[in-house]
Design a protein around this ligand. Structure first.
Ligand code: NAP
Ligand code: BGC
Ligand code: ZN
Length: 353
């Protein structure tokens, strides 16, 4: 069957012919519909994040998938169910306490593999197998957009962690600052605009389709070249919530200065190592004296996937149409990996629902 993979030493994905997998006991066989591409996939392709399965020289890409159950194989699923797979699986050493507690998203990197990212083949193939309890059912009518469930679930978890860190007092956030106008940043703007005033930081000139989306959603675009993050409180307003989705490491520290008292910054980016100077004493004091919090968040679990399905169902259709710029057929899969100002969210289509 066709599979889109990155081979050791290569700088772009290739279409490979790999054997169709057989489901093991407890696993279902899924026919792939669509698989999304995000910034992490580009980091994996560049060799900056993740890696091949142990002993193999290629990695099948793809961690944002939607498919249809082809063979339930004795599990509780039915043939024809539309499903979205979670990303993490136990490491080669076997399940550990995080998996036993159903909290794989809280495992440190050495205690998990991630399909399509780190140590396990992903979902960019005509079929994939998965334990049934890692397949979250989706209403049939959402099948075409189901590849957005995983990225939305990432924000569901991060926002859950941020709210939890503010749960000991009355926290009623009115202003959010989303750092990054990539696919994760934009979908998070869409998730937050009904609840609060949202600013979204980018570094693009107008006209630009991401700026159009931010403004059509009712958000305010902030150009980091004109207004660096620490100046946002004086030029605009301080943020009760910062959501970092740039992967730009200075933003982890600058977020603290953009926060209002009692605010929280959720960090999502996965930067490369970068040494730079910060005034650690001032930031430390700022955190303490203003009861600010910074939380890191990675991955997501079935609870966040279920919340994401509800969020996806409520997103306006114009947003989905403008946000998803490319759905490439397998024979033109490279189009889903092209980057440019006109490209926002992309996916590869293996089959129709
Ligand atoms: P992406 O498409 O690469 O988006 C990043 C965006 O940030 C780009 O639009 C980029 O602008 C913008 N940006 C970068 N530096 C900036 C700066 N200094 N000022 C203003 N804008 C800046 O990636 P993504 O898929 O949205 O993901 C965002 C980050 O989150 C990545 O690091 C990814 O690995 C990470 N991520 C983490 C998780 C998790 O579980 N923690 C999940 C998904 C993704 P240009 O396009 O103009 O360059
Ligand atoms: C994926 C997560 C994963 C994270 C770190 C993200 O792009 O969506 O599932 O845990 O990268 O590898
Ligand atoms: Zn991702």
């Amino acid at each position: 069957m066709d599979a889109i993979a990155i081979e050791a030493g290569a700088d772009r994905p290739r279409l490979l012919d790999v054997p169709r997998p057989d489901p093991a006991p407890g696993e279902a066989l899924v026919r792939t519909l669509r698989v999304g591409v995000d910034g992490t996939d580009h980091e994996v392709i560049a060799g900056h994040h993740g890696g091949m399965p142990a002993g193999e020289d290629y990695l099948v890409l793809g961690h944002e998938a939607v498919g249809v159950v082809e063979d339930p194989n004795g599990t509780d699923l039915d043939r024809g169910d539309v499903v979205v797979p979670t990303v993490r699986r136990p490491p080669p050493s076997g399940p550990n306490e995080y998996f036993e507690r159903g909290e794989a998203d809280m495992a440190p990197p050495e205690a998990t593999v991630e399909r399509g990212i780190d140590g396990a083949h992903g979902f960019m193939s005509e079929y994939f197998t998965s334990p049934a309890d890692c397949l979250v059912p989706l209403p049939d009518e959402l099948a075409s957009w189901g590849f957005l469930v995983e990225p939305i679930s990432i924000s569901e978890k991060a926002l859950e962690l941020a709210r939890a860190s503010r749960s000991s007092f009355t926290w009623d956030p009115e202003t959010a600052l989303v750092l990054g106008n990539g696919s994760l940043g934009l979908v998070t703007v869409a998730m937050l605009v009904d609840e609060m005033d949202v600013y979204c930081l980018g570094r693009r000139d107008r006209p630009d389709p991401t700026i159009d989306i931010v403004e059509s959603l009712g958000g305010t675009y902030v150009d980091s070249r004109e207004t660096p993050v620490p100046e946002i409180p004086s030029v605009h307003e301080p943020a009760d919530l910062v959501y970092e989705a740039t992967g730009y490491a200075k933003h982890a520290f600058e977020s603290i200065e953009a926060l209002a008292p009692n605010g929280v910054a959720a960090l999502l980016g996965v930067p490369d190592p970068w040494e730079f100077e910060v005034d650690g004493g001032r930031l430390h004091e700022e955190l303490v004296m203003n009861n600010k919090a910074v939380v890191g968040s990675v991955n997501s679990g079935p609870r966040h996937f279920r919340a994401a399905i509800e969020t996806l169902a409520a997103l306006p259709s114009w947003f989905l149409d403008d946000f998803v710029t490319t759905v490439a057929p397998v024979d033109d899969f490279a189009a889903a990996f092209e980057r440019g100002d006109a490209t926002i969210k992309t996916a590869v289509a293996f089959d129709s629902p």
